[in-house]
Design a binder for this molecule. Structure first.
Ligand SMILES: [Zn+2]
Ligand SMILES: [Zn+2]
Length: 272
C-alpha cells in the first residue's frame, strides 16, 4: 500500500481532491445551509466559484515552479539522511505515521493563528476571508504567497521532525479533503454536527471563523482536528450573529471580484 501510494502520489491526490470537491458540490445542491445572495459586485455564483478555482490552479503552478518549496522533498531528504526527531527516536512506523498527522495538524493550527495576528501575514490571509459567501470553493481561495509560506513552514517542520513521506502525503490529502468539507455550504443536523465536532472541524464550526465579527474570526483556527481550539482556548461554539454574516468589513467588495484584484489585495488600501 505504502509503495503503491508513493508511486501514484499525484493521481491519488488529484482523485481524492476531485472526488471530495464533486461530493461537496452535490451535497451543497441537496442540503444548502445558506442561500447565495447575488450582488452588483458578484452577480454569479458560478463566476465566483471559478474565481476561487483559478486561484488554486495558480497556486499549484506556483508550487510546481518552486521545487525548493516542497514538504515531500524535505521529508524525503530527512528520511534518507536519517535526520529529524522521528529518526532519532525508536518509534514504530505506525507511531511515526500517527504522530506526523497529529503534529502537522498542530503546526497548521498555530500557523493559521499567526496569520491572523501578524499584520503582513493577515494582509495575505484576508484573500481567504474576504469571500462573502462560504462554500467548498472558499477552501481553494488563498493568495499564492500564503501557500508558498505555508509550504516552507511545512517543509521546515517535516525536516525537523523527520516525518515519513507516506505520513506527509496522507496528511496533505486529509487536510485538503477536510478543508473542502468544513467550508462546504451544507446543513448537518445538530446531532451529526456534535458527534463529528468532537473529533474534526465541521462546516458549522468553521463558519464561525468566517464571521464578520472580529472576535469570532479570531477563533476556530483548526482545519482538521477540532481539539486544538479547545486546548488552546480559541474555541467558539456558535456565532452570535444568526444567520452568520460572512466576510470581513475592512475590504471593499469591489476590490475582490477578479484574480488580479485578489492578487494585489494585500497592498490595496480600502477607499474611504
Ligand atoms: Zn483564517
Ligand atoms: Zn476558511
Amino acid at each position: 500500500m505504502t509503495q503503491w501510494l508513493l508511486e501514484n502520489e499525484s493521481i491519488t491526490r488529484l482523485s481524492v481532491f476531485l472526488g471530495t470537491l464533486i461530493t461537496m458540490l452535490v451535497l451543497e445542491k441537496a442540503l444548502p445551509n445558506r442561500l447565495w445572495q447575488p450582488s452588483l459586485v458578484q452577480p454569479s455564483l458560478a463566476k465566483r466559484q471559478l474565481l476561487n478555482l483559478s486561484l488554486t490552479v495558480l497556486n499549484t503552478v506556483a508550487l510546481r515552479a518552486l521545487p525548493f518549496a516542497s514538504a515531500a522533498t524535505a521529508s524525503l531528504w530527512a528520511t534518507t539522511n536519517n535526520f529529524g526527531l522521528f529518526q532519532w527516536l525508536d518509534l514504530s512506523s505506525t507511531a511515526k505515521f500517527a504522530l506526523t498527522i497529529f503534529l502537522l495538524d498542530l503546526c497548521i493550527y498555530w500557523q493559521h493563528r499567526y496569520f491572523h495576528h501578524n499584520a503582513f501575514l493577515w494582509n495575505l490571509h484576508k484573500v481567504h476571508h474576504c469571500d462573502t459567501h462560504l462554500d467548498a470553493s472558499t477552501a481553494l481561495r488563498f493568495h499564492p504567497l500564503e501557500i508558498i509560506i505555508s509550504m516552507l513552514v511545512k517543509s521546515l517542520v517535516a525536516v525537523l521532525l523527520g516525518v515519513p513521506l507516506i505520513g506527509l502525503i496522507a496528511f496533505e490529502i486529509l487536510l485538503n479533503a477536510s478543508a473542502l468539507f468544513n467550508h462546504a455550504n451544507i446543513k448537518l443536523n445538530k446531532a451529526t454536527d456534535r458527534t463529528l465536532r468532537a473529533i474534526i472541524v465541521t462546516p458549522d464550526m468553521h463558519t464561525v471563523h468566517h464571521s464578520t465579527d472580529k472576535q469570532e474570526t479570531n477563533s476556530n483556527y483548526g482545519f482538521f482536528l477540532s481539539i486544538w481550539d479547545r486546548i488552546f482556548a480559541s474555541y467558539t461554539a456558535s456565532s452570535k450573529l444568526q444567520p452568520t454574516k460572512i466576510g470581513i468589513t475592512e475590504v471593499d467588495p469591489n476590490d475582490t471580484n477578479s484574480v488580479y484584484k485578489l492578487l494585489k489585495l494585500p497592498v490595496t488600501k480600502k477607499s474611504a
